[in-house]
Design a protein around this ligand. Sequence first.
Ligand code: PEP
Ligand code: MG
Length: 557
Amino acid sequence: MVILKGKGIGESVSFGTLLINKKNFDNIPKYFHESFDLEKSRLEKALDSAIKENADMYKKTLEISGEKEAEIFEVHGMMIKDKDYRLSILNIIQNEKYNCEYAVYKASKKFHEMFLNLDDEYMRSRAADVKDICLNILKYLTDEIDGKKEEPKIDSKVIVFSDDLMPSEVSNADKNLISGYILSGGSECSHASILARLSNIPMVLGIGEHIKPEYDGMDVAIDSGEGKVYISPDTDTVKMLKRKEKQYVKKHESLNSLKGKENITLDGYKINIYANINNDFQIDEVLNSDAGGIGLFRSEFLYLNRDTYPTEEEQFETYKKIAEKMGGNKVIIRTLDIGSDKSADYFEFPEEINPAMGYRGVRVCLDRPEILITQLRAIYRASNYGNISIMFPMIISETEVKTLKAMAAKVREDLKKENIPFSEDVEIGIMVETPAAALISDILASEVDFFSIGTNDLTQYTLAIDRQNSKVNQFFDSHHKSILRMIKLIVDNAHKHGIWAGICGEMSSDESLTEVFLAMGVDELSMPSSSILKIRKKVLETDVGKIKNKIFKKFFK
Ligand code: PEP
Ligand code: MG
C-alpha cells in the first residue's frame, strides 16, 4: 500500500480503480506556415466551433445542474471570445509565422502563466480554464492531440488521475462511473474544484508526480477530508476508510441541518457569520452556504487583469447585482485595496523596495482621489438596491478617516444634486489591520459605524513577518498573544463607543479560535463560504459563560 498526501476537496471517502488520464500538449504540430490568410481562417473556424460547443455546454449544464454550474461555461465563453487572446494568437501567426495550432498553444501558454503568477487564488485557478479552452480550440484544429483521441474506456467505478481537470469533464462525468479525482496540480478555487464540491465528487489536488504509471488499473481509495490517496489499500485500511465514510456522511448531514439556524451560543450570545468574496461569481456559493451577509467584498479584484480602470457604470452594475442577490442582507464593500501584492500595469505604480509597507490601500486613493470618487459614486448608486456598507482598508490615522468620510459626503452631495437615488443608511466602517489603527481604535471608533479586523495584515505588521514570504511562513503565528490581545483591545474600544466589531481575516474560520472570539464579544466573523456551517456548529456548541475565565487567563493574564 502507498499513501500519498495532497489537498482534499470536500469531505468524503471513495473507492475505485485508478485510471491515469494524462493530458499533455506533446503532439502539437509546429511548423512555419505559407499563408497568413489560410491560418487566420482556420483559427476563425476553430474559434467559432469552440464557442458553439461551449454555448451548448452552457445550455445543457443550465438545464441539468443549474445556474451556478453553468456559469463556468459562461466564463469560458468570455475567455474564448476575449479580444486580447485572439489578437495574441494572430500576432504569433503573423509575426512569428507559426501554424495556427502552435500559435494557439503558445498564446494560451502565455495566458496560463500570467494567471498562475497572480496572487489571488481565485484568479490563479483561472489558469486551468485557459488550458481547458486551449484544448477545446485545438480539438477543432487537429486530430493528433487529446481532443479527438478516443476517451479512455470506463467499465467499473474509477478514480481518475490527471494533471489538471477541465470543468466540462467534471460536468459531463457520470457519477455512476467516476467516484473521484486525483490531480497532480489543481487549485481549490478552480472551476473544476467548485463543480466537484457542488457535485459531491471527492478530489485530492496537488499530489505532484507521485502517481507512477504502474499504478494504472490498481485499486485506489481517496479520503478527501484528509487529502489522502491510498494506492492498493490493505484490508484494515479499507475497513478504517469505510468507518470514516460513515462519519463524514453523518457530519455532512448534521452541518446541512444547521442551515436556517441562528448563530447563537448555548447561553444566548449571538454572532453574525458572513462570507468573504472577491467577485460576483461567488454569490451563489454565499447563498448556498446560508451566510448572513457579505462581510468583505475585496473590490480590488474588479481592477485586476484589465488594461483600464473599471468605469463607474461597470462597477455600479457589479455592486448592484451583488446587493440585489443578497436581498436585504448586509454587503460590505471594501474600497480599492490595490498595491503591495495586488497590482495592475495601468496604475503605473513606482517600483518599491518594500511594497507591503508602501503605496497601497487608501494611501493610493487619497493620493489619486478621482479613483476613489468613481468607486464611491458606483457604491452609493448601488446602495439603492440593497443593504450596502462601505469599508476603508489600511487605515493608520484619524485624519485619513476624516478625509475619506468627507469624500464620501461630497459624493452623496453630488448625487443629490444630480437627482441620482442612493440609500441614506450606508454604514461607513474601517478595516483595523495595522497596529497603529488597533492602538488608536478608541479614537477611530468615534468616527465610524463599525470595525472589521483584518488579521492577515494585522499579523504581518505586528509580528514583522511578510505574509507573502514562504521562508518565514512557519513564524506567521496568528495565535500569538500580541494578536489576540490586540483583537480584544479593538473589540473593547468598539463596544465602549457603541459600534460593532468583526473579523474578516483568515482567523475568522479557525475553529480553534471561535470560543476565544465569542468570549471577547466579537460581533461578526466573515470567512470563505465553505466554512460558514462549520463555524456555526462551533458557536451552537459553545457556552461562553463556562469558558470565558479560562480563556482570559490563558491569553490575557
Ligand atoms: C486582512 O488583511 O486580514 C484582510 C482581510 O485583507 P486582505 O487579506 O485582503 O489584505
Ligand atoms: Mg488586509
